[in-house]
Design a protein around this ligand. Structure first.
Ligand SMILES: [Zn+2]
Length: 360
C-alpha cells in the first residue's frame, strides 16, 4: 500500500473517534515489531523518526526500510513522520526521503534548545506548511514549550529540548493563541504543551491535574474542534517494565508516565496522535537485561533481539487496542500525495473554524 499522509489518517481518526499512537523508530527490529502488532489488530500506523534516528540509521536506510515494511504489510496504511523538525531544511529533506508528514517545531529555535518567540514560530511553521502542502505532505506544529510542570524545565532527549528554566505560561499552551496559530499557519495537527515531557522521568508521582493539565486539552478542543491535537511524551512507563528492568541489574529510579486512562480522556477531546518512544525502548532493553542476566553465555544478538521484539510488539498491540486504533486499517483507502496536493491547493483542506465560540 502507498504510504498514507498524517492528515488523511487523522481525519479518519477524528471522524471515527479514535487515536493513533506514533511510535519512534530507528531500526529494523522496531519496524517489524510495530507492523506485526498492527497486522494482528488491523491498525493503521504512524512511525516517526527524530533527527537523531535519521542520523543513526541514515536517510536511505530508513526510507528503504519503510518501503520494505509497506511491501510486507500491504494492507496496513503507514505514515512516516518527521519528529521535531528544527528548521525548514530538516523538513524538506525528510519529504525528499519519502516522509509523508513533518513536524516543524518552531517552539524552539533551530538549535533545538533556545525557546523561540511566537512570531518566529508562526513564520517558520507557515513556511514549512506552505512547502509541504505543495506536494501533499502534512505538517504538525507545536505551540507552547514541552516540559515538566513539576520542575519548570524542559527535558532533553536525543539532543532536543528547551534549556534553562521555563515559566508556567510557556509550559501550558494558551487556547486563544492556539486558535490564532492554526489560522495563521494552516497546520494539519497541533502539538500542545500540557505538562508532558520526553524521556522516562516525566513525573515524580502519579500525575494529577496540577502536573498533567488535561484541562488544557479540553479547552483547546472546545475552541478548535476540527484541529487534530497531538500529545508528545505520552509513554506510560508501565511499572511492570520498570520492575523487570531493575530486577535484572538495571538502575532506573522510580518514575511515573502518562496513565493510559488520561490519554483515553484526551482522545475524547480531540487528541488524535499520541507520541510514544520511552515505552518501546524500555520494553526492549528490559528484555536485553533479562537475557544477559539469565543466559550469561549467550552471544547471538538474535537471542536478545527476538524476545525484545516480542515485548515491543505486545506493547504496541496494547496501545492500538487502548486507543481504538485497532480495526481501522483495512477500511482506509490511501489518497495519493498528488491528490492531497490538489485538495490543499483548492482550499478544501484549510482549517475550519465554523464551530468557533466567541472566545477568539
Ligand atoms: Zn516530542
Amino acid at each position: 500500500m502507498a504510504k498514507i499522509t498524517l492528515r488523511q489518517l487523522l481525519d479518519d481518526a477524528a471522524e471515527r473517534g479514535y487515536g493513533v499512537p506514533a511510535f519512534n523508530i530507528n531500526n529494523m527490529e522496531q519496524g517489524l515489531a510495530i507492523m506485526e502488532a498492527a497486522a494482528a489488530v488491523d491498525a493503521p500506523v504512524i512511525m516517526q523518526a527524530s533527527r537523531g534516528a535519521r542520523g543513526y540509521a541514515g536517510d536511505i536506510m530508513l526510507s528503504r526500510m519503510i518501503d520494505a515494511l509497506t511491501e510486507m504489510y500491504p494492507q496496513i496504511p503507514l505514515c512516516l513522520h518527521q519528529d521535531h523538525g528544527n528548521e525548514e531544511a530538516t523538513c524538506a529533506t525528510a519529504i525528499q526521503h519519502g516522509f509523508t508528514s513533518v513536524m516543524m517545531d518552531g517552539s524552539l529555535k533551530a538549535d533545538a534548545m533556545t525557546v523561540a518567540d511566537y512570531d518566529y514560530n508562526v513564520g517558520i511553521t507557515r513556511s514549512v506548511a506552505t512547502m509541504a502542502h505543495w506536494i501533499g505532505a502534512s505538517v504538525e506544529g507545536e505551540l507552547g514549550v514541552l516540559g515538566s510542570l513539576e520542575h519548570g524545565a524542559g527535558e532533553k532527549e536525543d539532543g532536543h529540548g528547551a534549556e534553562g528554566e521555563i515559566g508556567h505560561d510557556q509550559l501550558l499552551t494558551d487556547p486563544d493563541q492556539a486558535v490564532d496559530f492554526v489560522r495563521a499557519t494552516k497546520v494539519d495537527a497541533l502539538a500542545i504543551a500540557m505538562g508532558t515531557s520526553h524521556g522516562a522521568y516525566k513525573f515524580t508521582r502519579k500525575p494529577d491535574g496540577e502536573i498533567l493539565a488535561m484541562r488544557v486539552v479540553e479547552e483547546i478542543h472546545r475552541r478548535l474542534p476540527d484541529t487534530h491535537l497531538v500529545m508528545h511524551g505520552s509513554s506510560s512507563v508501565p511499572q511492570a517494565l520498570q520492575d523487570m528492568f531493575n530486577a535484572f541489574g538495571g538502575e532506573m529510579p522510580q518514575t511515573w508516565g502518562v496513565p493510559v486512562e488520561e490519554i483515553a480522556r484526551g482522545i475524547k477531546h480531540g487528541v488524535r496522535k499520541v507520541n510514544i518512544d520511552t515505552d518501546c525502548r524500555l520494553a526492549m532493553t528490559a528484555v536485553f537485561r533479562k537475557v544477559s542476566t539469565q543466559a550469561r553465555g549467550e552471544f547471538d544478538p538474535r537471542k536478545f533481539l527476538k524476545p525484545a521484539m516480542d515485548a515491543m510488539r505486545e506493547l504496541c498491540r496494547e496501545r492500538f487496542e487502548q486507543f481504538g486504533t485497532a480495526g481501522n486499517a483495512s477500511r482506509i483507502k490511501v489518497i495519493p500525495l498528488a491528490e492531497m496536493a490538489k485538495r490543499y491547493r483548492s482550499g478544501a483542506l484549510d482549517p475550519e473554524f465554523k464551530n468557533m465560540t466567541a472566545a477568539a
